[in-house]
Design a binder for this molecule. Structure first.
Ligand code: IDP
Length: 133
């Protein structure tokens, strides 16, 4: 089934000049980038996006990381795009993520894990609406 999902390449992905290699992985898997933009996210947007984590001890660190610089936001479209994208991205902790996944290959630690991808049909819809209207 064709789906859409939201991907955010976090600030270090841009600072480390990894955009080309990251986007290539999605295109290699026959997924399509249907919308794309680069933007610096505000504290308010991040509170909304990470509302399920605001009470976590690492939340201030996550906010600082996500506001280090601009992020790249994109809508990725295709067959089972949500689960395919989560597979390409890998586990939250880059030390546990499989090699060959983006986090496994390029992630630094549990906070600085390079990339975000929606985790369900409902969150994908919500996140695409939040960032692309
Ligand atoms: P996900 O990004 O793999 O879906 P979530 O649990 O939704 O994982 O967490 C959102 C983001 O918060 C992660 O991508 C990571 O940047 C950060 N994070 C999650 N858990 C931890 C943790 O235990 N320590 C530090 N940062 C974390």
């Amino acid at each position: 089934m064709s789906e859409q999902t939201l991907v955010i390449i976090k600030p270090d992905g841009l600072a480390r000049r990894l955009l080309g290699r990251i986007i290539q992985r999605f295109e290699d898997k026959q997924l399509q980038i249907s919308q794309i933009k680069i933007e610096t996210l505000s504290k308010a947007q991040l509170h909304e996006h990470y509302h399920h984590l605001v009470d976590q001890p690492f939340f201030p660190r996550l906010l600082d990381y996500m506001m280090e610089g601009p992020v790249l936001l994109m809508v990725v479209k295709g067959e089972q795009a949500i689960s395919q994208t989560r597979k390409i991205v890998g586990a939250t902790d880059p030390l546990e993520a499989e090699m060959g996944t983006l986090r496994g290959d390029f992630g630094v630690n549990k906070t600085r894990n390079l990339i975000h991808a929606s985790d369900s049909v409902d969150t994908a819809q919500e996140e695409i609406a939040r960032f692309f209207g």
